[in-house]
Design a protein around this ligand. Structure first.
Ligand code: NAD
Length: 541
């Protein structure tokens, strides 16, 4: 065999997109000169799944399983995705939340092979050059983070790359986007997490975070380069800290096909699940009283979408806002607080409203006091504050409403506002509970964005949408609410049905894009059949 043929054989095995491991057939081994490089056994995808599943279960911790799956993804993508899809309830918590949290914190320990792109600040003049690699010619979906607000774990710097990698694994698992069409990107602009920066193993750029104009210029250079290199690409902003999350969304949502999953995806997921819960309680949306704890990217996104949903059901904007109380680190958000960020100002209450409230007189109104005075029907946590929904608060809520709806959405598990089993105990089982991460508590729904973003992305791509509108997220939320099932635990379809959910959402999102004049694809491409046919299955070609 010629040296080039030997090199090509090795390249085939070392590229995770072409490697089939022992599943290369005898003919393929002849054709590509693989004899000797592989053991003689010829396996099947099913036998490979079984072998990997066994090895996975022999690991001692979920973090080890996470690292094992990351290595598998980097050696054989079809096998990785086939294994993930063979058992979504088991695999999703390993490739995504909650385990991905530790995966980001310990990313540097387990970095082995390149996946996705690190665009580091010192390379700011090379972004176009880096993106030019022909390996990315097929890219359709980018998930990008700057690692500053990873789940509820704060700044993880370059370790934040675990999130784009994980989310894109879900795009493939749930929406059938081919692995060669996804590109995780980490904007490595330093980290203010000293523990990470001083860790000798840290793989990122060792500097404090770049901020201000330099940050904006870097992101602008990135967006321009993406726009030039990948026209029509879908770009998902992920786990940026609050202000940047908002600013980037506003700045770029009309320039690129893009959305922020923490703001818009969370909103649609929470509202969709809330609609499902309302179906059970019988209290119309326009009569709900909602307390939001943690009015950052996720919380204020949920609030704005709830306002839109209430307005669609007949309330005016003012009356809808009057049904939402937002609480942040300084207690109930009041409009006389100086320098509130715009997204909180829109949710702030008039101090006159609370004049008659029974409060302790401290300079802030606590969550407990808000709950005691408002008698909310819904309590949503997006604060990243462990145990913030304490027994007293939850019991107070349950005293005043028939079926309290309580969603401690913060991830990972270590940041959840309450354990769902405690909520059920404190409310005598009356509460309808949804959590961000899976707790395995019977009857509790996992309110995770994975129910929405793959379908929104798939629908946007299928319709050739030029932008992702609020209307597209609203139909996604409504469809999710409609898919609510009464024949099993929890409010939403089971995790095993996530591919069907993504398809259902994609169909309504594509139709909405068309209705709003945002679709460029032919009408034939928007049907359920065409969208379903475009979804990749993890099988060897
Ligand atoms: P963020 O940093 O933008 O917002 C967090 C907010 O909580 C901020 O406004 C902050 O001031 C507030 N906060 C902090 N300490 C507080 C305290 N003691 N009391 C009240 N408020 C306090 O982050 P984000 O993107 O909104 O995410 C917040 C949490 O929501 C994270 O844990 C994240 O994992 C979770 N989340 C869950 C899902 C899901 O699918 N379930 C989706 C998105 C975000």
């Amino acid at each position: 065999m010629s040296p080039t043929r030997h090199a090509a054989a090795r390249a085939l095995l070392s590229d995770p997109l072409t490697n089939k491991g022992t599943a290369f057939t005898a003919e393929e081994r002849d054709e590509f000169g693989l004899h000797g490089l592989l053991p003689p056994h010829v396996g099947t995808l099913d036998s490979q799944i079984e072998r990997r599943r066994k090895a996975l279960e022999e690991k001692e911790s979920d973090f080890q399983r996470y690292a094992f799956l990351r290595e598998l993804q980097d050696s054989n993508e079809v096998l990785f995705h086939a294994l993930v899809q063979s058992d979504l309830p088991r695999m999703l918590p390993l490739v995504y939340t909650p385990t991905v949290g530790e995966g980001c914190e310990r990313f540097s320990e387990i970095w082995r092979r390149p996946r996705g792109l690190f665009l580091s600040y010192p390379n700011k003049d090379r972004i176009s050059d880096i993106l030019a690699d022909p390996a990315y010619d097929r890219v359709k979906v980018i998930v990008v983070s700057d690692g500053e607000r990873i789940l509820g774990l704060g700044d993880q710097g370059a370790g934040g790359m675990g999130i784009p990698i994980g989310k894109l694994a879900l795009y493939t698992a749930c929406a059938g986007i081919h692995p060669s069409e996804v590109l995780p990107i980490l904007l490595d602009l330093g980290t203010d997490n000293h523990a990470r920066r001083e860790d000798p193993l840290y793989v990122g750029w060792r500097a404090g975070r770049v901020r201000g104009q330099d940050y904006d210029d870097f992101v602008e250079a990135f967006v321009s380069a993406v726009d030039d290199r990948f026209p029509g690409v879908l770009l998902q902003w992920e786990d940026f800290a609050g202000k940047n999350a908002y600013d980037l969304l506003v700045r770029y949502r009309d320039r690129l096909l893009s959305f922020n999953d923490d703001i818009q995806g969370t909103a649609a997921t929470a509202v969709g699940t809330l609609l499902a819960a309302i179906g059970r309680t019988g209290v119309p949306l326009t009569e709900q009283r909602v307390v939001l704890f943690g009015a950052g990217a996720a919380g204020s996104g949920v609030a704005e979408m709830l306002v839109q949903a209430m307005v669609a059901e007949g309330l005016d904007d003012r009356s809808a806002r009057a049904r939402i109380w937002a609480v942040d680190r300084d207690g109930l958000i009041l409009s006389d607080v100086p320098r509130l960020p715009p997204q909180q100002l829109r949710l702030a209450r008039d101090p006159a409203e609370i004049a008659g409230w029974n409060v302790s007189g401290q300079n802030m109104i606590s969550l407990q006091e808000v709950v005691a005075n408002v008698h909310p029907t819904v309590l949503i946590g997006t604060s990243g504050q462990k145990a913030a929904f304490d027994e007293r608060t939850v019991r107070t809520m349950a005293e005043n409403v028939e079926r309290p709806v309580i969603f401690p959405l913060s991830n990972p598990i270590s940041r959840a506002e309450a354990h769902p089993a405690d909520i059920l105990e404190w409310t005598g089982g009356k509460a309808i509970v949804g959590t961000g991460s899976p707790f395995g508590t019977p009857g509790v729904t996992q309110v995770n964005n994975v129910y929405v973003f793959p379908g929104v992305g798939l629908g946007a791509l299928a319709s050739g949408a030029t932008a992702i509108s609020d209307g597209m997220f609203m139909v996604a939320a409504r469809r999710l609410g409609e898919l609510s099932r009464t024949d099993h635990d929890g409010l939403l379809p089971a995790v095993t049905e996530l591919r069907d959910v993504a398809l259902e959402i994609a169909v309504v999102v594509a139709a909405q894009a068309q209705a709003e004049g945002l679709a460029t694809a032919e009408p034939d491409a928007l049907t359920r059949e065409s969208i379903a046919a475009s979804m990749w299955q993890a099988q060897y070609a």
